[in-house]
Design a protein around this ligand. Sequence first.
Ligand SMILES: [Ca+2]
Length: 384
Amino acid sequence: MRGSMAAGAALTLLVTGVVAGCGTGDGTAARTVTVTPTPTTTAATPTTATATATSGASADAKPSATVVTTLATGLDVPWGLTLLPDGTVLVATRDDGLIRRLDPATGRLTDFGKVAASVSNVDQGGEAGLLGLAASPSYATDGKLFAYYSTASDNRIAWSTDGSTWHVIVKGIPHGVHHNGGRLAFGPDGMLYAGTGESGDTSLSQDKDSLGGKILRMTPDGQPADGNPFDSLVWSYGHRNVQGLAFDADGRLWASEFGDKTADELNLIQAGANYGWPATQGRTDNPDYTSPARQWGTDEDSPSGIAIAGGAVWMAALKGERLWRIPLSGAKAGTPKAFLTGTYGRLRSVLALDDDTLLVTTSNRDGRTTPGAKDDRILLVSVS
Ligand SMILES: [Ca+2]
């Protein structure tokens, strides 16, 4: 199995070759290249040429998601994923609190560390434990890895440089059997964002003094970032349970959110906006609340992690057991298309290695289904 970085480099060379009109017999030529500026096969309508002017529309022409290989098996709910500057990936497993290093080129897993203070509640059918990971934007020089994890009584964010000694920067994020949030992502502004849950207490989502049911924005020291709307860590509110965060190429923040019985959501996040829970889920005409960019029935989604690649959001669905692709065009989210439906069971997290390669994790050991012999897995997925 070729490494993602190597594959990315090969693809870049291939695209260059096509542009220069000197296609070669390289075996990689069989890969679908959606950014080729010249129409290759059948241009369905004359509008196709116009549509290729934007990358999102270009990717619409041939959406695909193909599992290239299973990189790892036998993991215990792989949840947090973060890409390091050397092309390896750190993987956090929820219920054992372990962090391993994965080499996507070989599938080799090696021990990296552990969050010993992390407490899983899988025996209660819960969702707590070691959740999100995010490498510092300056990881090459500061070596800081950030983790979001549960104790028996709260959720916390901490950093470590050695994988064993953890420095807590935020504590007191509401904790429950369910709805613990957990995703971390650094923004292009260098700030750390965290998705939290209301922990089962729906009143917390509208309480701007609570860290539950929010998207938080902080400095790497855990302090409210300049420009935060309420002079606190809170960036947006009225959320139920946010387990997916991703920034697009223009710096917009997109977030997935578990609805209750009516609608799961993909939201475009604006500072200070109220996303409506518990008064609303899904689209609303109430001007006090911001409607989602897209919504789904909860049977076909239950979205956890998201990543952005090739001008689209890729969303892992737990109950829906599929990988959703939602094309982006600026601040608009287009028509979703589902892939891998029912093939690998519950899907938890997505990481973009480059614009056409994802890691996708299964979540079949999370207490909600009967796991297969190889669960949980990390899949290498080629997308267009
Ligand atoms: Ca909402």
